[in-house]
Design a protein around this ligand. Sequence first.
Ligand code: ZN
Length: 337
Amino acid sequence: MKTAEERRGFMSKALIAIDNSGSYRVCATITTDLVREAVKIHDCTPTAAAGLGRVLTAAGMMGILMKDPDNKLTVNFKGDGPAQQILATAYGDGRVKGYIANPYVDLPLTEAGKLDVGGSLGIGELSVIRDLGLKEPYMGTIALVNGEIAEDLTAYFFISEQQSTSVALGVKVERDFSIGAAGGMIIQMLPDAREGAVDALEEMIGKMEPVTSIISRLQDNAKAGDAASDAKAGDADGNTDPGFRPLSEAGLVREMVEEIFSGMPEEYQVKVLEERDITWHCDCSRQRIEQALMTIGVKDLTEIIEEDGQAELQCQFCLKKYHFDKPQLQAILDSIS
Ligand SMILES: [Zn+2]
């Protein structure tokens, strides 16, 4: 029997919308489930959870904004701070995976009482690699603006892709270290954007609440609604545990976007083009790990066989361990020598 979490599938809902005048497009998502899963796998401190959660949320949205389902992109933050590196890889079909080099990074809150993601990364750079199935992947690198992720990505889009973009990301870590809410939004100006749209968006963004406040409120409302209907009938499959229902259903993302853009003039109101999923998924396999072993070379592989007689390799993304005994290592060595 599948557990409730397996049935839920760590899916986070997203949507892509465009405004009536064709001036800009929006990608919005609620990634509470996805970030909970990643933080559980990597056993993150609150600071690490905020950093990894923001990067996964951003990569997931940038992934579904690509044209083809098998297009791939990697977002790589590297710095001289204690977190060292936060990396996420996403596909056009909404799959995303990621890791933080030091999930135990623990810094005091900033003066504003926020988790210090910028301080955890320190001074460094952001690289984005887009693999669109062409001969060469496209890579752009910029210096980190402040390491808070959203501002760095906004700068990346402007500098490396000549794209006027606004990125908002949020991960709310509760007092008991659980993830209360996570999500984000990317607004991208389109080539024929009207000037009025830019002004209206600037005004809207200036007044906008943090995304996690909006998501928390919507989740609480949905839970209250679920509890009321559960009390009446229970779920269709007899599950009456109110914690089972996925929190980030498509309806919530729609509500989030409606709420954020409700004050915009009619011509710049948004309509939904697509509803999508962003899911945690690691595509590692024994075969891929074997290929990695082949690349270390005859000399090093011989050394491992003679000195250790075995090897255990771990996937950086999902932490799954792959064990190789002596005959298996010997077979790999034979295939490359
Ligand atoms: Zn893996």
